[in-house]
Design a binder for this molecule. Structure first.
Ligand code: F6P
Length: 356
């Protein structure tokens, strides 16, 4: 049944962006609004992710107010990691806002956290929700790619290219810390594209004694510089007898997860201690999430936005727009959020040909 078939007044859908910001969010917002306006559907933008539904904070979105945002980084709606299930009375507040303002559907644009909440709100409370997969980490299942990933890889690759200059000129080891909490997609792609010599990912705990041995062999073979890429969520151990651990700042984020960051410095110190090679670290951090999306991400985000708007209009709730091969399809949110998509072993094996 389509939304328009059961209502006589203009249909209104709400849209939100949750989790970490990501290149392409504004492109999706614009695409949903464009498609909705073509279909005679009103769109409102919820402020700061699920918090906008909890607090009934939103603004009307029109073709005019979303003009000129396609290429802009960030999200004009703001974002947060607020989870209605973790706020007392949160789910009731979400349902109350939906009913009070007659939102026929909500389009939730987010990663694992935002879409897991969407999946549960649909399954347990019948929330009419459609998901769109975004994250630079590319770790959502059900879709071959999330938008934002290509932009982050392009930024990280350019950074690795630039780090080569200093590594080669000063004969140093340069460690580049990239994002990737649970999966090493950015590290593997950017490492391959940038010609890194070692890539460390969350999928495989890193033994730094072995990394140091590898670098010593490489340098004794006549090369006097190296580039090491490490994803922030990589578990490390200094040597064979040590227990592997995550490097965190000690603080928790809004969602109660450990704030990552610092593994690059740990790896660099250990490499220098074990090899004697001068080793420096560069942390790319939020540079990977900021600025203009690549053309690929703009197109993918636009396709996702149009498809998700159609899904909302056709009442395809509890589902997510996804890229499979070259086609945009719809998959169940429950399936997409059941487990994370990690870099598969066969891909890591191919990458190891170049890193080993
Ligand atoms: O967007 C996902 C991500 O990039 C993760 O790799 C990282 O752990 C997280 O964002 C950090 O985001 P924040 O510092 O905004 O919580």
């Amino acid at each position: 049944m389509t939304l328009g078939a059961v209502r006589s007044e203009p249909v209104r859908i709400a849209i939100l962006t949750g989790g970490g910001d990501c290149p392409g969010l504004n492109a999706v917002i614009r695409a949903v609004v464009r498609r909705a306006s073509q279909r005679g559907v009103e769109v409102v933008g919820l402020r700061d992710g699920w918090a906008g539904l909890l607090k009934a904070q939103f603004l009307p979105l029109t073709r005019e107010t979303t003009a000129g945002i396609l290429h802009r980084g960030g999200t004009i709606l703001g974002t947060s990691r607020v989870n209605p299930f973790k706020v007392p009375g949160g789910v009731e507040a979400v349902l109350r806002t939906m009913a009070e303002y007659q939102f026929a559907a909500v389009v939730a644009i987010g990663g694992e956290g935002t879409l897991s909440a969407a999946s549960r709100l649909y399954a347990d409370h019948g929330l009419p929700v459609v998901g769109i997969p975004k994250t630079i980490d590319n770790d959502l299942n059900g879709t071959d790619v999330t938008f934002g990933f290509d932009s982050a890889v392009a930024i990280a690759t350019e950074a690795i290219d630039r780090l080569h200059s200093t590594a080669e000129s000063h004969k140093r080891v340069l460690v580049c810390e990239v994002m990737g909490r649970h999966a090493g997609w950015i590290a593997t792609y950017a490492g391959l594209a940038g010609g890194a010599d070692v890539v460390l990912v969350p999928e495989v705990p890193a033994d730094l004694a072995r990394v140091a041995e590898h670098l010593k062999n490489r340098h004794s073979g006549g090369v006097d510089f190296s580039i090491v890429v490490v994803a922030e969520g990589t578990r490390v151990r200094a040597g064979p007898g040590d227990t592997e651990h995550l490097v965190t700042s000690g603080a928790l984020d809004e969602a109660g997860r450990p704030r990552l960051g610092g593994v690059g410095a740990f790896v660099a110190a250990e490499i220098e201690r074990r090899t004697g090679f001068e080793t420096r670290v560069t942390v790319l951090g939020y540079l990977q999430r900021g600025g203009s999306p690549t053309a690929y991400d703009r197109v993918l985000a636009s396709r996702f936005g149009v498809h998700a708007c159609d899904m909302a209009i056709h009442g395809e709730f509890g589902r997510m727009a996804a890229l499979q091969g070259s086609r945009v399809v719809s998959v169940s949110l429950a399936d997409a959020t059941r487990e994370l998509k990690r870099v598969p072993q066969d891909f890591l094996d191919v990458a190891r040909v170049f890193f080993g």
